[in-house]
Design a protein around this ligand. Structure first.
Ligand code: FAQ
Length: 331
């Protein structure tokens, strides 16, 4: 599957014999399954790819709090509210582990955040859709966290040590998130016809965007081949997307909901579901900053960062004071 992924990427990668001595030793270590650690030699392009992916991932966790934050004050019961709050806090924690993992590669958190706030850095397309009803909290947990787990379980085995280790806890927490989402969907589907209709409407709106989360089709994925060679990616975008469809369709059937895809059909030969064409123009539009919520998401994050400046200053002043008191102050 690794060789297949290397083959299917849109860019050609270099073979071992075309590499310089350091790079060859590095590649051989990766192929033996040895983790790369922050102080090890690494090609600059490997470092840059990881900074790109880990920071995009961190930004996604932080921006991803916003669609759910929209429903904290309107959760239907105290218990649902407490669960939702805990989930959103977990996402903040995931952002922090991931920014820390990126920092081991020599970038500062301030630099990464300024790239997010200026619109230069990407974050997951999925968080540029609005959360219109309480049922969206169910659909996000079930489909968005569900997709995140499918993508992230292999990352626990990726070649870069700090990223792989951060992912272990993230995946455990995402599993709770997916269950809480499915539990909301189940409650709505067992409720009144109107509640079931809310669940169906949420599934209709989140299904296709969730499939887009896995990235462009393999033939158009510019980073896949190189990331596969470096064992950052262990499965291709299309392989993971297929896993998501195969896993979610029976779950939708159990809920008594209809997946909004007329071409969805079990294929006995491949033992997978065939599914319809994804609207990649919608995805590309979002990546260009023109999705339904792109501008709003960025302005909310930038405002929160500005308004938190006094708190960061106070923390830095306190840490400085502590260092002086303990004689560890560096001028
Ligand atoms: N959105 O060549 P590829 C979550 C970009 S966490 C936006 O295939 P790659 C938890 C891609 O960056 C969700 N951009 O790229 C949660 C590249 O552009 P670049 C986030 C996308 O990196 C739940 C270009 O397209 N998870 O949900 C997207 O090899 C609920 C070409 O693509 C991660 O970040 C997209 N969906 O594969 C939180 C997981 N897809 O950078 C709160 C780690 C692609 O060259 C609430 N990331 N692009 O300018 C990955 O596994 C990979 O980065 C992929 C993309 C698979 C996302």
């Amino acid at each position: 599957m690794y060789a297949q992924l290397v083959e299917t990427g849109a860019k050609r990668i270099r073979a071992l014999e075309e590499m310089g001595a350091d790079e060859r030793v590095f590649q051989e270590r990766i192929e033996r399954g040895v983790k790369i650690e922050p102080k090890d030699w690494m090609p600059e392009a490997y470092r840059k790819t990881l900074v790109r992916q880990i920071s995009q991932h961190a930004h996604s966790e932080i921006v991803g709090q916003l669609p759910e934050g929209n429903w904290v004050t309107r959760a239907p019961t105290l218990q649902r509210k407490a669960i939702l709050l805990a989930k959103i806090q977990d996402e903040a924690g995931h952002g922090l582990y991931l920014y820390s993992a990126a920092e081991t590669l020599g970038v500062s958190r301030d630099q990464l955040l300024s790239e997010l706030h200026s619109g230069k850095a990407k974050y997951s397309s999925i968080f540029n859709y609005p959360s219109l009803s309480w049922a969206d909290m169910g659909a996000i947990g079930w489909l968005v966290d569900g997709s995140a787990i499918i993508n992230q379980i292999p990352l626990c085995r990726c070649s870069y040590g700090p990223y792989a280790r951060a992912m272990i806890r993230v995946c455990k927490e995402e599993s709770f998130h997916a269950r809480q989402g499915y539990d909301i969907m189940l409650a709505l589907c067992n409720g009144t016809p109107q509640q079931k209709q809310m669940a169906q409407d949420a599934l209709n709106r989140w299904w296709w965007p969730a499939l887009m989360m896995f990235g462009p089709p393999d033939g158009e994925s510019v980073n896949s081949a190189q990331s596969a060679q470096w064992r950052i990616k262990l499965f291709s975008n299309d392989e993971l997307r297929q896993k998501m469809v195969d896993q979610s369709v029976p779950q939708a059937e159990y809920l008594g909901l209809t997946v909004p895809d007329a071409k969805l059909k079990w294929n006995a030969e491949t033992q997978h579901y065939d599914f319809g064409e994804i609207d990649w123009s919608e995805f590309n539009n979002i990546l260009q900053g023109n999705g339904p919520c792109n501008r709003d998401r960025l302005s909310v994050r930038a405002k929160a960062y500005e308004e938190g400046a006094w708190f960061r200053d106070a923390l830095a002043a306190y840490a400085d004071k502590q260092d002086r008191a303990s004689g560890q102050h560096v001028a």
